[in-house]
Write a protein that binds this ligand. Structure first.
Ligand SMILES: [Zn+2]
Length: 563
């Protein structure tokens, strides 16, 4: 018996609407004995379902012609693709955020908007609408296995957490009741159709962590909880998610990212398989029965594991979830046997996967994928804190400390963690040493990686050559950015650091030029330009300069006042 009974491949980008991409995912899932495919798009149900009860055919055609045609189009596409997926013996799930609705709903039901213009989050209509929408979806697509939902997050269109409505009902509404109403409206029609409801636990703070689990248990013990591999998001440096093992009778699935939203976004590939293996062991002990393996990201077009070396993580995730004791070397072998793909090309350019001809390639590429994570741990993380914007470098000072200590703070799960990145003398030394190690490791890749000796296709060899150069610049940029950020932060309270902060800016011109030389005019994919944008480096420098100037002016004013 498999260690995890549900082993699902998740497509989050718009390539789910590309038949070629989906066919490739189906073949991959079959090859690695996965059990299903997830289409994750916030509004995928609303793309296909009007619902008919509120938009009868003639009225829909006459009043809302565009949407009428669009929903028909998506109905045909989804039903075609679901047939293919299920005919291959795979299950099919959709993953959505609720409450989502088409704007036409507000035209038909203007009372949903209250006096201040805000859409009311507690109007009982929403539960009727949601139940009807899900019910029609299950009838239209009877081969669906279930729906995975993020209930009421800040990315939903209506949510009590972000409610701007100030009506009397909203002011006194109980959060727990709201979650239960939402889940109930989805659970009932799914359960009637013999399909599953999977509710994602997703929270920014430890306080909210268990609220969703408690609400789900009150609705039904047949609801499944989906839990990210680390609290808040897929950061490999974060501790395990404390929700796992605390879901009472509810079944648990664990979500992993394979592609690299927080580890190189497919362009700087690294292995997270070692991390996955440990966590899969841990979560199995906590009773988890399913895994969801994400292959891309909704906010980047034309990139996924299928044009990246991070396909390795998907291979490993599929193999480990089936048998947790699988030797990682077997996963590396299975990856090379599938073949290497380059992110210099668009994801939907059909590449012939390249199987390296030199038998030594396995050892070299395994070492590279492991080293690559060690580099990233030291350059796009700062003592375990997130220090990148979805693999991008920073374009302004504000984001550096904001991302590390506010938006992606570790403090809720690792008390006092933020103190480790405060710009004290001691921390500055430790952090610069960490960055030096990262840069050194990036430079050392050339000591054992000689792409021309590995027996690669022209495209993959070209990519590796590019990577060896780009990695060093990428590492140096993050090193420079944390140093400038620490000096500015320190200068806010210690004027002696103003000069240091200012002189740290001298490196950016050269870094931006080196980066530009590697990327501009080369015809690489948008994915590469997203991760390696020289303009962000220049904007960062200019923004830092103006922040420092503000500190200089403040200091001058203070001195003026004293004299
Ligand atoms: Zn209201």
């Amino acid at each position: 018996m498999a260690d995890y009974q549900d082993r699902l491949l998740e497509i989050h980008g718009s390539n789910m609407f590309n038949g070629y991409h989906v066919q490739r995912a189906i073949e991959f899932a079959r090859r690695f004995d996965m059990t299903g495919i997830i289409f994750h798009a916030n509004d995928i149900i609303d793309r296909a379902i009007k619902p008919d009860r509120y938009f009868p055919p003639n009225e829909s055609l006459l009043k809302f012609n565009n949407r009428d045609g669009d929903t028909k189009n998506y109905k045909y596409y989804l039903s075609n693709i679901i047939d293919r997926i299920t005919a291959s013996g795979l299950e099919f799930y959709v993953e959505v955020k609720e409450i989502y609705y088409p704007y036409e709903i507000l035209e038909v039901f203007p009372q949903l908007r209250k006096e201040n213009g805000a859409v009311c989050a507690t109007d009982p209509f929403w539960w009727e609408f949601l139940e009807e929408k899900i019910s029609e979806f299950t009838r239209r697509f009877p081969k669906l296995s279930g729906i995975i939902v993020s209930a009421g997050t800040r990315e939903s269109m209506v949510s009590l957490a972000l409610n701007k409505c100030t009506c009397e009902r909203c002011r006194g509404y109980d959060m727990d009741r709201w979650y239960q109403e939402l889940m109930g409206a989805m659970f009932r029609p799914l359960d009637r159709a013999g399909m599953k409801l999977i509710v994602r636990e997703f929270s920014y703070t430890a306080d909210h962590q268990f609220a969703m689990v408690e609400a789900a248990q009150k609705v039904s013990d047949r609801i499944v909880m989906a839990i990210k591999k680390a609290p808040h998001d897929y950061y490999p440096t974060f501790p395990n998610n404390p929700t796992a093992g605390n879901c009472g009778p509810l079944e648990q699935w664990i979500e992993y990212d394979c592609w690299g939203q927080y580890f190189g976004l497919g362009v700087f590939p690294c292995s997270v398989a070692e991390d996955m293996k440990e966590r899969m062991r841990y979560y199995r002990e906590k009773g988890a029965k399913g895994v969801m393996l994400r292959t891309d990201w909704e906010r980047l077009l034309q990139g996924s594991t299928f044009n990246s070396f991070t396909l390795f993580n998907l291979v490993a995730g599929a193999m480990l979830s089936k048998d947790i004791d699988t030797d990682l070397d077997e996963c590396y072998r299975a990856w090379l046997d599938y073949g290497l793909l380059s992110p210099l090309e668009y994801d939907t350019v059909p590449q012939v996967p390249c199987r390296p001809k030199n038998p030594k390639a396995l050892e070299v590429l395994r070492r590279f994928m492991q080293d690559s994570w060690r580099i990233q741990e030291r350059i796009i993380y700062v003592r375990g804190h997130v220090f990148n914007r979805n693999a991008q470098m920073f374009d302004r000072y504000f984001l550096t400390y904001f991302i590390m200590t506010v938006q992606h703070t570790r403090d809720h799960w690792d008390r006092g963690a933020s103190k480790k990145v405060e710009p004290t003398d001691e921390n500055i030394d430790i952090i610069i040493r960490e960055k030096d190690e990262g840069v050194e490791l990036a430079r050392s890749l050339r000591s054992y990686m000689r792409p021309s000796e590995l027996g690669l296709s022209e495209g993959v060899e070209r990519y590796l050559e590019f990577l060896l150069d780009a990695y060093v610049v990428y590492a140096e940029i993050f090193r420079a950015q944390i140093i400038t950020a620490m000096y500015i932060r320190r200068a806010e309270t210690d004027v002696d650091f103003i000069e240091k902060a200012l002189s740290s800016l001298s490196v950016y011109e050269d870094l931006a030029k080196r980066l530009g030389d590697l990327v501009i005019g080369k015809g690489y994919s948008n994915n590469v330009e997203y991760v390696l944008d020289r303009n962000r480096v220049i904007r960062f420098r200019d923004d830092c300069r103006s922040v420092i100037q503000g500190l200089i002016d403040r200091d001058r004013n203070n001195k003026g006042e004293c004299s």
